[in-house]
Structure formats: structure tokens, C-alpha cells
Design a protein around this ligand. Structure first.
Ligand code: PHE
Ligand code: FE
Length: 289
């Protein structure tokens, strides 16, 4: 989602829904090998850290095959699991276009890959973040339904001028979510699983807060886009996430939120289900540097 960024211009050659041909043959050897390098680093790190559903998605989609995935083949496999497909877009797309794709079970993926000297940081989501980070979870039937419901909810939020509040739900679940599983806390957020540093930091560091999921609380909470998160939100199950979001009418929630203040990233409320109270030492050190 592009919430907060300046107005985007549709590039020439993109369709009305902003999709472009993937043009897989145009990727160079170098670009495929950057994918392989990123894939290897992350797949080594994720067993025991990523949610079961994520690891299983990697497996059924055969994402371990070398090179940037071919979207048609990937969509065929993904389609068999959950009816989702992956479409190529030049980069960030406007919110409405993004929601419309999700509501129709299409995931828009950036059609470029970072350079070798940018392995750990880039501003716009590339094909590694979008495909490695997001697509495995779309092979899970419950998460697949959640993402579609989110797209529908996104379109609806526009009628209430509430995209900004709803975007926080996406941020703290789809991008940076943690889940409690039988073996302990696990990662499912795409921004974490696709990040070499944050996939360790989010679980192992004593710096960030980790707080149990509460819908209204999440939609009040600010987030940072420039460094590791200072607070992670933890769900108990994907079923619960789907059910609470789907069965809640967000209209009254949006009006209630109008009357409540936003919460800075490090706030802990008395009613919070605090799993870890962070020291925030990492953020303090970064701020001092
Ligand atoms: N139930 C939400 C609404 O009434 C839609 C939604 C579902 C939003 C799932 C986000 C996630 O708007
Ligand atoms: Fe993302």
C-alpha cells in the first residue's frame, strides 16, 4: 500500500489496473542470482522462526527452485491451493488499485529486484519482498481469506476516509505480525520474513515490545517505516485474526477512533496484554547515533 506517499503516476505501458507483463525473460543472470542469494540467506534462517504456514507455503509453491519465480507458473500452483494469483506491477500502486486486486484474490508484486549492494535495505518493495515475503502465506486457506477480506475492507474504508487507520492493521499483521505457536513465538509478517536482520531482531531482541492483538488498539497505533519496529503485535491464530476482523463492522469502529488519540509506537496501555516489555535500547542507540 502506498498510504502516505505522494500521488503516484501510472507508468506508460501499464494497464488500467496498473499491471504489466512480467517479462520474465528480461531478468539478467545477475538479477536471478541476487534472488538466489536472498533466498538462501532467508531460508536458512527461517526454520524455527517462521510460522508453520509460511514454511509450508514455501514448500508447496516450490519457491526454492533457482531464479526469480515465473509468475504464471507460480500462479498456477498458488491457484490450486487457494485461488490466488500473482500479477506484476511496476512498483507501489495507489491504495484503491491495491485493494481492488486483493479483493479479487490477486497479489500485485513489484517487477524489479534490488541490487547486490542493497541486500539489506531498500525503500520500495521489490519482487523478493513481495513474492518471498507475501506469497507463501497466500497458500494458507485462512490467511488467503483474510487478505481478500482486507481488500474488501480497504475499499469500504475509503468511504469513511479511514484508509490511514486500516493501514495500521495491515502493517501490524500482514507486514510485521508475530504469532504464538506450539513451539513459541513465530514470524508471519512479510516485512520480517524477507529481512535478514529483522527476522532475528523481532524474536530475539529484548528491545521491542511484544503485545497481544486487539483490533481497536492496533488501529490507534502509529508505526515507523525507517527502521526495525519498536512494537510487534502477536496473534494467537490466523482463524482468530480472520474471524475478529471479518465479523466486526468497522464503521462504528472508525467513528469511535475519531474521538481517540493515536498511540505513539512505544506506548503500553494498562489494559494491554504485554508479552514482552521492551527496553527500547536498540531504538535509543539508533537515535543517538
Ligand atoms: N469487517 C471489516 C469492515 O466492516 C472488513 C475487514 C475485514 C477489514 C478483514 C479488514 C480485514 O470494514
Ligand atoms: Fe509488503
Amino acid at each position: 500500500m502506498d498510504t502516505g506517499s505522494p500521488k503516484l503516476e501510472k507508468p506508460e505501458g501499464a494497464a488500467r489496473d496498473w499491471t504489466v507483463p512480467q517479462n520474465w525473460d528480461a531478468f539478467s543472470e545477475e538479477e536471478h542470482s541476487v534472488w538466489d542469494l536472498l533466498f538462501e540467506r532467508q531460508s536458512e534462517q527461517l526454520p524455527g522462526r517462521a510460522a508453520e504456514e509460511f514454511l509450508q507455503g514455501l514448500d508447496v509453491l516450490q519457491l526454492s527452485r533457482p531464479g526469480i519465480p515465473h509468475f504464471r507458473e507460480l500462479s498456477n500452483r498458488l491457484g490450486e491451493e487457494t485461488g490466488w494469483s500473482v500479477v506484476a506491477v511496476p512498483g507501489l500502486v495507489p491504495d484503491e488499485v491495491f485493494f481492488e486486486h486483493l479483493a479479487n484474490r490477486r497479489f500485485p508484486a513489484g517487477n524489479f529486484i534490488r541490487r547486490r549492494d542493497q541486500l539489506d535495505y531498500l525503500q520500495e518493495p521489490d519482487v523478493f519482498h513481495d513474492v518471498f515475503g507475501h506469497v507463501p502465506m497466500l497458500a494458507d486457506p485462512v490467511f488467503a481469506d483474510y487478505m481478500q477480506a482486507y481488500g474488501e475492507g480497504g475499499l469500504r474504508s475509503m468511504e469513511f476516509g479511514a484508509i490511514h487507520k486500516l493501514a495500521r492493521l495491515y502493517w501490524y499483521t500482514v507486514e510485521f505480525g508475530l504469532i504464538r505457536q506450539p513451539g513459541g513465538l513465530r514470524i508471519y509478517g512479510a516485512g520480517i520474513v524477507s529481512s535478514h536482520g529483522e527476522s532475528v531482531f523481532s524474536l530475539d531482541s529484548d528491545s521491542p515490545n511484544r503485545i497481544g492483538f486487539d483490533l481497536e488498539r492496533v488501529m490507534r497505533t502509529e508505526y515507523r517505516i525507517d527502521d526495525y519496529q519498536q512494537t510487534y503485535i502477536v496473534i494467537d491464530s490466523f482463524e482468530e485474526l480472520l474471524e475478529t476482523t471479518q465479523n466486526t463492522d468497522f464503521a462504528p469502529l472508525y467513528s469511535r477512533l475519531e474521538t481517540k488519540s493515536d498511540l505513539p509506537v512505544t506506548t503500553i496501555l494498562p489494559e494491554d496484554d504485554v508479552i514482552t516489555r521492551g527496553t527500547q535500547s536498540y531504538a535509543a542507540a539508533q537515535a543517538a547515533a
